[in-house]
Write a protein that binds this ligand. Structure first.
Ligand code: GTP
Length: 358
C-alpha cells in the first residue's frame, strides 16, 4: 500500500466564518495547516503518494503544496462541482497508480487521529476485504450514524443516527478513514455526487461485498466544529494528540514573529500565530490566535479562535467564540458561548454582551 486519497473538498459550513477565506483542512491547527498533520502521519506509516481531492477553494491547497516539501508525492485532483465523499474518491481514480487488487487508503480531511494506519491496511489485506473501515467508540453515539459488526469484525449495517435508546445497538461510529480495494473505487458511479457513507457502503453490503472494520480506541476527534477545532489544536500543542508535524510541545506555542508581553499569560495549549501580539495583562487560555491577531491589554481569550489580523480591544472577554479574519472588537465587550463575528466586522467599544442565554 503506497497510495492514499485525502478528501479535502468540503465547504466546512460548521466552521464558518473561518472557512470563508480558508478551506477547513488548510486552517492552522497546532501551528500548521491541519492537512499537514494528516499527510505527515500517512507518510510516516509508509504512504508515498497522496491524491488531494479538492473542490471548495482548491487554489489554497495548490498554492500551499507548490511551496511545501512534506517528503511525499502530492497530486491534486480538483472537482469542478463538489461530488460528495464517494464522488470525490471516484474522481480521484485516474490519478491513482495502484493496481485493481491493491489497497488505497482514504481519509476524511478533518479527522485528527492516532489510528494505527499500518495495522488498518494489514487487517484489510489479511481478511481480503473489499473495504475496511476504521471505527471509533464514542460515549454518546446519538449524533452519529452507527456501524454494528459481528464478532469477526464484518460490518452488518450502516445505521442512521439513532433516535431511541433501542436503536443504539453499538457505540462504534465511522471514524472517517477507510481502506479500499482499488477495483471497488472503479465501481462508484462517475460524474455525479455520491455519498460514500449513505450510498457506496450500504450498496456494497447489499451486493454481498466483504466490508470489515477495525475498532481503534486511541485518540480521535472530528474537527468540524469550533469547539472541536480549538480542542484539537490544544491537544496537539500539549502532546495529547499524535502528529509528527507539531513544531514543539508545551503549554503554548508561539510561531515566529509572535510577541507576548511579559505580564501576559498564555497557556492551555494555545497557539499564538505568526506576528500575532498578546499585550500586557492579557490572558489567552486554550485558544488559537491566527497570524497577525492582536490582543490588547487585559483582554481575556478563553476557548476561542481569533482570525487572521483580527483585533481584540482592551479588557474585552471572549469565551467560546469565533472571531473572523480582520474583525475589530472594541474595548470592554463580552462575547460568550458560541458567538461568531464575521470577517471584517467592527464592534464599537463596550457595546456588546452576547451569550446564548442572554
Ligand atoms: P461541514 O460543511 O461543516 O459539514 O464540513 P465538510 O464540508 O467538511 O463536510 P463533511 O465533514 O461531511 O466532509 C467530510 C470530509 O469529506 C471532509 O474532509 C470534506 O472536506 C470532504 N468532502 C465533503 N464533500 C466533499 C466533496 O464534494 N468533494 C471533496 N473532494 N471532498 C469533500
Amino acid at each position: 500500500m503506497t497510495e492514499a486519497v485525502l478528501l479535502v473538498g468540503g465547504q466546512g459550513t460548521r466552521l464558518r466564518p473561518l472557512t470563508i477565506n480558508t478551506p477547513k483542512p488548510m486552517l492552522p491547527v497546532g501551528g500548521v495547516p491541519f492537512t499537514v498533520h494528516q499527510i505527515t502521519r500517512a507518510r510516516d506509516a509508509g504512504v508515498t503518494r497522496i491524491v488531494l481531492a479538492t473542490s471548495y477553494r482548491a487554489e489554497v491547497f495548490r498554492d500551499f503544496m507548490d511551496e511545501a516539501d512534506l517528503g511525499i508525492e502530492i497530486v491534486i485532483a480538483t472537482e469542478d462541482e463538489p461530488l460528495g465523499t464517494g464522488g470525490a474518491i471516484r474522481h480521484a481514480l485516474p490519478y491513482l497508480e495502484s493496481g485493481p487488487d491493491e489497497s488505497v487508503l482514504v481519509f476524511n480531511g478533518d479527522v485528527l487521529t492516532g489510528v494505527d494506519i499500518r495495522g488498518l491496511v494489514d487487517h484489510h489485506q489479511a481478511t481480503s476485504s473489499d473495504v475496511t473501515l476504521y471505527l471509533t467508540p464514542v460515549e454518546d453515539p446519538r449524533a452519529y450514524g452507527l456501524v454494528p459488526t459481528d464478532l469477526s469484525g464484518r460490518v452488518l449495517a450502516f445505521l442512521e443516527k439513532p433516535t431511541t435508546d433501542e436503536e443504539i445497538v453499538t457505540n462504534n461510529i465511522n471514524a472517517g478513514c477507510y481502506v479500499f480495494k482499488r477495483s471497488i473505487i472503479d465501481a462508484i458511479p462517475a460524474g455525479r455526487p455520491v455519498s460514500v457513507e449513505r450510498e457506496t457502503f450500504p450498496g456494497l453490503l447489499e451486493a454481498g461485498a466483504l466490508v470489515t472494520a477495525v475498532v481503534d480506541r486511541g485518540y480521535w476527534l472530528d474537527l468540524g466544529t469550533p469547539l472541536a477545532f480549538v480542542q484539537g489544536s490544544c491537544d496537539l500543542v500539549l502532546g495529547a494528540a499524535p502528529s509528527p508535524a507539531v513544531p514543539r510541545h508545551g503549554d503554548f506555542l508561539a510561531l515566529p514573529g509572535a510577541s507576548i508581553a511579559s505580564s501576559a499569560q498564555v497557556h492551555g495549549g494555545s497557539v499564538v500565530g505568526r506576528d500575532a501580539v498578546v499585550s500586557d495583562g492579557a490572558v489567552v487560555n486554550g485558544s488559537v490566535l491566527f497570524d497577525g491577531a492582536r490582543i490588547a491589554e487585559g483582554a481575556h481569550v478563553i476557548g476561542s479562535i481569533v482570525g487572521v489580523g483580527a483585533v481584540i480591544g482592551a479588557g474585552t472577554v471572549l469565551r467560546g467564540v469565533v472571531i473572523g479574519d480582520g474583525a475589530v472588537i472594541g474595548r470592554g465587550n463580552e462575547l460568550l458561548s458560541g458567538a461568531r463575528v464575521w470577517p471584517g466586522a467592527e464592534l464599537a467599544d463596550g457595546c456588546v454582551r452576547f451569550s446564548s442565554d442572554s
